[in-house]
Structures are given as structure tokens and as C-alpha cells.
Design a protein around this ligand. Structure first.
Ligand SMILES: Nc1ncnc2c1ncn2[C@@H]1O[C@H](COP(=O)(O)OP(=O)(O)OP(=O)(O)O)[C@@H](O)[C@H]1O
Length: 231
């Protein structure tokens, strides 16, 4: 399994938001770090095919991002994910499963399985408006997993989670990353430090670091802060 970005570029007005990013990613958890405005969301939206690049390509095992075949392999939790407050967790997953083309029987089976994985089984009949931030995020991950994606994209998924939720979240992500490609963006180093197999660091639309974090470079947090200090 391989995700390939080739000179991916997006410009808004006079500002290049994503600047010729080329990358090859295999299975594992990839942590995308960058300050607010670095271009993370723009990059992720292009990887998900919801935003068309000005130039460059995105392919998963040779399949182009603009195809139905690619979409079938993709799971996406956007930053501004809209939940339906009056739905229960179970209803929401069944609804999303229908949108993704699962039959009623498949939907039921999958929803049950995922609620178990994200530890929401006991709360499946509670309305989402009564869920905590962490519970909503876990439900968001569950909906992204409905189609057994081999590529999972999570945009700032840890925003608003308390420390306990963060740990729980990390464990879920690590498990999924064993067999799939997971890309997760954040501006908080500690969110990915212990879970990411690979670090991607973005600044002003460019990748300034890519690879396993090398201990000889020192502390990741210090390195990260230094990159953004110079501005
Ligand atoms: N639709 C748009 N029109 C104009 N400018 C945009 C648009 N989307 C993003 N930008 C600009 O592109 C830059 C990068 O935005 P982006 O959301 O990709 O960054 P980010 O790293 O995800 O930051 P954040 O964590 O704040 O979401 C910002 O300067 C933003 O104002």
C-alpha cells in the first residue's frame, strides 16, 4: 500500500498554501505537524479529493484521487465535522453507513463493531448532544472507518480532548495504523510524539521535515518550536 503525492500545489490569491509537496507514505501513523495556517488542512483536503489541486497528483496504489475507487478506500474526519445533535450515536452511524452505500444488515453489523472499537457501545443510545468532546471525536473516527478504509485522514482530531481521552484516542489510532495508512494533523507535538511512526512537518506550505524522528536531533518539541521561532 502506498500513497504518493507528486508536486502537489495549491494557491489562494497570491499565497501559495501548499507548495510542490512530494511524498511517499506506507502503512503506519503519520503525524502532520504545523502551526496554524501552515497549510495542513489544505493538504489534507487535497489528499481526500474534496479540494482540487492547482497542479500535482495524488494516487493510492496507482489509483487517482478523483476516482470512485480511491474514495472507496478513504476514510476522512474533517476538522469541522458536523454531528447531528438529536441523533443517537448508533443512529448516526447507521445513517452515515447508508450514505456510504452499506446495506441495512451490513450497516448494523459494522456500527456495532465500530462502537465497540471506539468504546461507545454503552452510550450508543444516548443523543449526541449529550456526548463529551472526546466521545464525539471517537464517533467521528467510527464513521470514518465504516468502509474499512486503507487510508484514514484525521484533521486535528485531538482538539478539545482531555488527557484521558487523548490516551484512549492514541491507542485506537495506533491499532488502525498497524495495517493502514493514517495521517493525522495537529499543532500539538505531544499528540503525535508517541503514536506516529513518521513525522511530517509543514511550514509556509512546504514540508520542512519528513521521516522517523531522529533522537540525535534532540527533543521534537524543541525542534518544532525552533522552526517557528524565527518568524
Ligand atoms: N478557501 C480559502 N481561500 C483563501 N485562503 C485560504 C482558503 N483556505 C485556506 N486559505 C489560506 O491558506 C493558509 C493555510 O490554511 P490551512 O487551513 O490549510 O492551514 P492549517 O495548517 O490547516 O491551519 P489550521 O490549523 O489553522 O487549520 C491560510 O493562510 C489560509 O488563510
Amino acid at each position: 500500500m502506498e500513497l504518493i503525492l507528486d508536486k502537489l500545489t495549491k494557491q489562494y490569491h497570491n499565497k501559495i498554501t501548499v507548495d510542490r509537496i512530494s511524498l511517499k507514505l506506507q502503512k503506519g501513523v503519520h503525524g502532520l505537524l504545523g502551526a496554524n495556517g501552515a497549510g495542513k488542512t489544505t493538504l489534507m483536503r487535497m489528499i481526500c479529493g474534496v479540494l482540487k489541486p492547482d497542479s500535482g497528483t495524488v494516487t493510492l496504489d496507482g489509483i487517482d484521487v478523483a476516482t470512485e475507487e480511491y474514495r472507496a478506500k478513504l476514510g476522512y474526519l474533517p476538522q469541522d465535522f458536523g454531528y447531528y445533535p438529536e441523533f443517537t450515536g448508533m443512529d448516526f452511524l447507521l445513517y452515515m453507513a447508508t450514505l456510504k452505500g452499506l446495506t441495512k444488515k451490513q450497516a448494523k453489523r459494522k456500527a456495532n463493531e465500530l462502537l465497540e472499537i471506539v468504546s461507545l457501545k454503552a452510550d450508543e443510545n444516548k443523543k449526541i448532544k449529550n456526548y463529551s468532546g472526546g466521545m464525539k471525536q471517537r464517533l467521528g473516527i467510527a464513521q470514518a472507518l465504516l468502509n474499512n478504509p486503507s487510508l484514514l485522514i484525521l484533521d486535528e482530531p485531538t482538539a478539545g480532548l482531555d488527557p484521558k481521552e487523548r490516551v484512549r484516542f492514541r491507542n485506537i489510532i495506533a491499532e488502525i495504523g498497524k495495517d493502514n495508512i493514517v495521517i493525522l494533523s495537529t499543532h500539538i507535538v505531544s499528540d503525535i510524539e508517541h503514536v506516529a511512526d513518521n513525522i511530517l512537518m509543514m511550514k509556509d506550505g512546504q514540508l520542512i521535515y519528513q521521516g522517523k524522528w531522529q533522537e540525535n536531533l534532540g527533543d521534537l518539541e524543541q525542534f518544532y518550536l525552533k522552526q517557528f521561532e524565527e518568524d
